[in-house]
Write a protein that binds this ligand. Structure first.
Ligand code: GDD
Ligand code: MN
Length: 423
């Protein structure tokens, strides 16, 4: 009979980011976390957990588990686990894996329903893992199991991450066509262009055969979409030292690859997300929309003030245009400051009371607005002459105003109404 403790069922999986937790003596994933009926494994920590993502690998799973067990029983007796993460394969890989647990007590099986995807399968496996070191290996025997021992050696010698690489000494591909090599290298080059500091850290960033210290990736949210989990580990983990171990990517003997064009598109998407993710995410999270709307409304009131004063001084009193405009603009700036101080940034002004503090804010606001005016004129010229063409002066002006509004808002937020530490 198969022990139930070795089957972890995940009935459904959210598509949001996943997190690996530090080992605290117990399991990596708390029971019921994310709303899952995930049964936490026995509270025993191990040296190594190997995640094995499978999708229709029924013919490969038996030989793979047998070879891995032989190797690891020698290197880490009773101190490792193999975690098959199967996405409810139609060939019932999960059932076969489960049957194998009777023979291989270090084997555990996660059968996911309602979720598909290589990266998320790997992260899921690691979430339930008990190892201090987390590894991943393909189930189709294209990754030679023996290399796992070398990867382990590299981590034990101090590396945070050990990557099986096709592009260092001892590495290669067996019988790849020119087209496939070009595609693989092309993907790497695109990665180098878009994300040099991540992709450039290893010779084979496409590798799905690696090992990482849990402490290096515990904490940050990992995005489980896409095929290339190594990018996520490199991009979000705290990886200082990296070791690379050459291996020859074997030909598939059984089953079929799951790679389609879709994975290439996902890959580019993944690169862009890592590239922009941090900053864009921060902007989205922190962009103070309400403040910005208020700032914009105040700005509009300033336009009205400016116009009215200009009309009074120039058209009614007959003062020269430039002098009238300078005065009108300054009054508009004062108007805007008063409203922004009392409304847009009221919470900040409350913290920085007193006339001298207010005067300081006004001075900074003035400077930012004047710089904004110069920027406005410059932008108008650039847009008018180079982008829009000369018949579109007002479109160019509108765009210049929009850009300068952002500039004004951002700088005032950072300078004039900056939240400082209050004692
Ligand atoms: N659970 C799960 N869910 N497993 C999956 C899924 C999925 O949606 N898709 C693929 N797998 C499993 C496969 O069963 C196999 O064990 C492994 O992930 C790799 O999938 P393959 O379809 O065989 O991919 P490959 O050989 O073309 O791709 C490999 O390319 C790299 C080299 O460029 C990657 O998977 C890397 O691991 C490899 O190093
Ligand atoms: Mn494969």
């Amino acid at each position: 009979m198969i022990p139930q403790s070795q089957l972890q069922k995940l009935e459904s999986c959210p598509s949001g980011p996943l997190q690996i937790l530090p080992l605290t003596g117990a399991a990596g994933l708390a029971p019921g976390e994310n709303g899952h009926s995930f049964k936490a494994p026995a509270p025993k920590t191990l040296t190594l957990s190997v995640a094995i993502p499978t999708y229709n690998e029924g013919k490969n799973i038996g030989p793979l588990i047998q070879r891995l067990t032989t190797l690891l029983d020698g290197a880490l007796p009773h101190d490792y686990e193999l975690i098959v993460v199967d996405d409810n394969s139609s060939d019932l890989t999960w059932q076969q894996a489960l049957a194998l647990t009777a023979t291989y007590p270090q084997l555990r099986v996660i059968r996911r329903r309602g979720a598909r995807g290589l990266s998320s399968a790997v992260i899921r496996g690691w979430q339930g893992a008990r190892g201090q070191i987390l590894a991943v290996i393909d189930a189709d025997l294209q990754h030679p199991p023996e290399v796992l021992i070398e990867l382990l050696g590299a981590i034990q010698q101090g590396a945070d991450l050990a990557v099986g690489s096709r592009h260092v000494e001892g590495g290669g591909v067996s019988e790849w066509s020119l087209a496939r090599r070009v595609l693989s290298r092309g993907a790497q080059t695109v990665g180098l262009l878009l994300l040099p500091r991540v992709v450039g850290r290893v010779s084979d960033p496409m590798s799905g055969y690696f090992m990482v210290r849990r402490s290096a990736i515990a904490g940050p949210l990992l995005n489980p979409k896409g095929y290339k989990i190594l990018l996520e580990v490199l991009g979000r983990g705290g990886i200082d030292t990296i070791a690379e171990v050459g291996y020859v990517f074997q030909e598939r003997q059984e089953g079929a690859s799951k790679v389609t064009w879709r994975q290439y598109i996902d890959y580019i998407h993944h690169l862009l997300r890592l590239r922009l993710g941090g900053r864009l995410g921060l902007l989205q999270q922190r962009f103070p929309t309400q403040r910005f709307v208020r700032f914009g409304l105040v700005g509009l009131s300033g336009v009205v003030v400016d116009m009215v004063i200009l009309y009074l001084l120039h058209s009614t009193l007959g003062l020269p245009l430039t002098r009238s405009k300078i005065f009108a603009a300054e009054v508009a700036i004062l108007n805007n400051f008063i409203w922004n101080d009392a409304w847009t940034f009221a919470d900040v002004s409350m913290l920085q009371k007193g006339w001298s503090a207010r005067l300081k804010r006004f001075f900074k606001f003035n400077l930012v607005c004047l710089a904004g005016l110069v920027l406005n004129v410059l932008l108008l010229n650039v847009l008018y002459n180079l982008v829009f063409g000369q018949r579109w002066a007002y479109a160019a002006n509108l765009m210049a105003i929009a850009i300068v509004t952002f500039w004004n808002f951002w700088l005032n937020l950072k300078l004039s109404w900056r939240v400082t530490q209050v004692k």
